[in-house]
Design a protein around this ligand. Structure first.
Ligand code: SF4
Length: 286
């Protein structure tokens, strides 16, 4: 029997790339059965407890011995991280290691703690305060309330320019098409950042001048964009949201499945996906 899926209330920029790849996967992940699969050991993001312990340990060290700069913060963080990961292995929770890749919001939580202790925060312009778009974990929503998500960091340069940053713990670049081609930021991330730019404009009336994907080593990869591209992505996202929900309401959600050899093997929803099973039979019979 097909899994019961519900219409999507909102669509987040981080979800959009996956929704383009296979809308049915996103719907299945939100079903009761899909959530149960993701809660199995080794599936989905976890690690909230160990990260809390690391934060605690670093704060304790800051109070006892003082942490004066970013290098001191990094050393204290690494010391706590190594100890926590050793504990997890000892408790047979290897699926949560390395925490940098497994723990939800690892990079953002680390950055926020660094600001707290070392005092380096995003710049606010004179007179900029509560309603300002500048800061960490800024929620951005379009005028309809449908496309909504949280940008990791919006910062203002001394020139007044706004930048949107998103931190990624996994691979950032697409596999090279040829030996001579320059590596490109993954298309899903490009669309995500362009959506943030459009949402920032809708919400605060300002366009960013730079969109950046940052990695854990502090590297920054710029995402190209024009205002027209960002507006177009937002319109496409709104259109896709409508199309997906119409299919769900019509009872045709499984027609949204897009079985493909480069997507399905990595999809945890395979046991719930009838179109995948049918596609597999077709492939084997071909
Ligand atoms: S198994 Fe394939 S077709 Fe089915 S939901 Fe996952 S990605 Fe989509």
């Amino acid at each position: 029997m097909a899994v019961v899926v519900e219409p999507l209330v909102t669509l987040s920029p981080s979800q959009y790339g996956r929704l383009l790849r296979c809308p049915y996967q996103v719907l299945l992940e939100k079903s009761a059965e899909g959530k149960a699969i993701q809660a199995l050991p080794g599936r989905g993001a976890g690690g909230a407890g160990p990260i809390g312990t690391i934060i605690h340990g670093v704060l304790e060290q800051a109070n006892l011995t003082g942490i004066m700069d970013e290098a001191g913060f990094e050393a204290a963080w690494q010391q706590q991280l190594v100890a926590q990961e050793a504990q997890l292995v000892k408790k047979h929770q290897e699926h949560l290691v390395p925490l940098a890749y497994r723990a939800r919001n690892y990079a953002v939580r680390k950055l926020l703690l660094q600001w707290l202790i070392v005092g380096k925060k995003p710049t606010l312009r004179d007179g900029e305060s509560a309603g300002s778009p500048v800061g960490a974990e800024k929620k951005l929503t379009d005028s309809t309330g449908v496309v909504s998500g949280t940008a990791d960091l919006i910062r203002r340069q001394s020139t007044g320019d706004l930048e949107v940053l998103d931190y990624k713990t996994g691979g950032i670049m697409e596999a090279a098409v040829s030996e001579t081609s320059a590596p490109q930021v993954k298309q899903g991330y490009v669309l995500q950042l362009r959506l943030y730019a459009a949402l920032l404009h809708e919400q605060a009336g300002e366009w960013p001048t730079r969109l950046v994907i940052a990695d854990l080593a502090g590297g920054e990869h710029e995402v190209s964009f024009t205002r027209e591209q960002c507006t177009e992505v937002l319109e496409s996202a709104l259109g896709l949201h409508k199309q997906v929900n119409l299919a769900v309401i019509d009872g045709k959600a499984n027609e949204l499945a897009k079985p493909a050899a480069d997507v399905c093997p990595l999809c945890a929803m395979r046991p719930l996906c009838e179109p995948y099973a049918e596609w597999l039979i077709g492939q084997n019979g071909a």
